[in-house]
Design a protein around this ligand. Structure first.
Ligand code: ASP
Length: 327
């Protein structure tokens, strides 16, 4: 009889080891029902503090509207992935930001759009780069995640995949805005705010998701791909640690695998979310490179950037609701 007890313990241990992912029924997650969190960004960079009041108000109003959409969806019990996609779709249609409508011009005066999405519950993810006719690249990324056996489609392949899944298409010129045309004409590439959009969510069941969408860098050359569609660089979500969306100099985010590094520092190094974000943004990236938004599995929130500003917003089930541009 006494031998049975160690055997039972061994079986219990073995079973628990086969379920490493926190789920809705995870003890760390139970009891947090409805304590959702949403954090969004609308890009980082040199954002002039002397911008006229109505312009600043326009950005903040857009961020607030996006947050409100996400908050009411979360309140209604929508999943993290649904909310992340929904909010990024909204921001893609908003010409203030460099994603979808209002995306920057490439060197060849076109728009090439990148996006990725990740479900922290299962580590399922999808990404597209160089999309030219897809109104909502984030939705195409989600279709890659759910309707293909692959993770990442590029350029012509992304367009061909779009043909098969029925997403809304527009001519490439639909993404044009006078402001972006002026930017490319002046080649403001190194000076302007970048304006990528991102959303990280902890839903009411305790699951995480991250979504990021961008037109990339103004004046980018043939086939250049930044961090935003690269899982682990500009976007990452894992229920074991956190969800992260980045914005800034994509080449640097790729080099330092920024989003995954933050998650790994938490998972393997035991750092808090804030600590992990600060270590990566201030001690790996160069000053001015940009920043990240993140939420952890326990609902910690971080918005950390090393550029003069980052458009951002936070809403929580407890009633926190704020938007900001500078420190
Ligand atoms: N990270 C994006 C890229 O390099 C740009 C941005 O965040 O605005 O493509």
């Amino acid at each position: 009889m006494p031998r049975i007890i160690p055997l039972v313990l061994l079986i219990v241990f073995a079973v628990s080891c086969t379920h490493p992912h926190p789920r809705g029924d995870d003890p760390a997650v139970v009891g947090r029902a409805h304590r959702w969190v949403i954090v969004i960004h609308g890009g980082a960079g040199v954002i002039s503090k002397s911008m006229p009041d109505p312009v600043r108000e326009g950005y903040l109003a857009s961020l607030r509207q996006a947050l409100r959409q996400g908050a009411s969806a979360l309140e209604a019990g929508e999943t993290a992935v649904d909310v992340a996609e929904r909010v990024v779709r909204f921001l893609e249609d908003d010409p203030h930001f460099n994603a979808g409508k209002g995306a920057v011009f490439t060197h060849d005066l076109k728009h090439e759009l990148d996006a990725s999405i990740m479900d922290g519950r299962t580590l399922a993810c999808g990404a597209v780069t160089g999309a030219t006719t897809v109104r909502h690249p984030i939705t195409l990324a989600r279709k890659v995640m759910e309707r293909s056996p692959h993770v990442f489609f590029g350029g012509e392949g992304a367009e061909r995949f779009a043909d098969t899944v029925g997403v809304e298409r527009v001519p490439n010129t639909w993404f044009d805005t006078p402001r972006r045309r002026e930017q490319i004409e002046k080649r403001l590439r190194k000076e302007g705010a970048k304006g990528t959009v991102g959303c990280v969510v902890l839903d009411a069941s305790g699951h995480l998701a991250a979504a990021t969408s961008t037109g990339g860098l103004t004046d980018k050359r043939f086939g250049r791909i930044g961090d935003s569609p690269i899982i682990g660089a500009g976007n990452y979500a894992d229920d074991r640690s956190c969800a992260v969306s980045g914005t800034g100099t994509g080449e640097q985010f790729i080099r330092h695998t920024v989003a995954r590094s933050i998650a790994a520092r938490m998972e393997f190094g035991g750092e808090s979310l804030e600590e992990a974000c600060r270590q990566v943004v201030f001690h790996r990236l160069n000053p001015g490179d940009g920043g990240v938004i993140a939420v952890s599995r326990t609902g910690e929130i971080a918005t950390v950037f090393n550029s003069p500003g980052m458009f951002r917003g936070i809403a929580t089930a407890e009633g926190r609701f704020e938007t900001a541009i500078w420190e």
